[in-house]
Design a binder for this molecule. Structure first.
Ligand SMILES: [Zn+2]
Length: 120
């Protein structure tokens, strides 16, 4: 079963798309001058839904991050950081990433040994 499911309904009816753990799912709903962009993704083992404004079809204003809805239903503002730790115990490097960076670049790699990192 797919991890994410998105649907859209407009003048030509309804369409749906699925998203997996690696692909996530993104949806955009634009008016002329404002809209929203939702990025659904898996970070660590959990689902996160990050919501941006888009500036609309006219791109009147730049995209900006509003907030992130966490799997447990709590809401995180865009200036919150998550701490990651290198999976290599001997390395043990830690780094902080905010939601905006995670939404754009995905899970971080260790800045010291380039290994996988896990949420601390
Ligand atoms: Zn490392």
């Amino acid at each position: 079963m797919a991890r994410f499911m998105g649907s859209v309904r407009g003048s030509r009816g309804e369409a749906t798309r699925l998203g997996g753990t690696n692909t996530g799912l993104q949806t955009i709903c634009n008016g002329w001058h404002e809209g929203i962009h939702v990025v659904a993704q898996v970070i660590g083992e959990k689902d996160y839904f990050t919501i941006y404004t888009t500036g609309g079809s006219s791109h009147r204003s730049p995209s900006s991050l509003l907030l992130t809805i966490n799997e447990d239903g709590t809401i995180t503002r865009n200036d919150t950081f998550m701490t990651w730790k290198c999976e290599d115990e001997e390395c043990g490097e830690e780094c902080d990433r905010d939601y905006k960076t995670l939404a754009e670049a995905g899970n971080p790699y260790c800045p010291k040994c380039n290994g996988d990192m896990k949420l601390k």
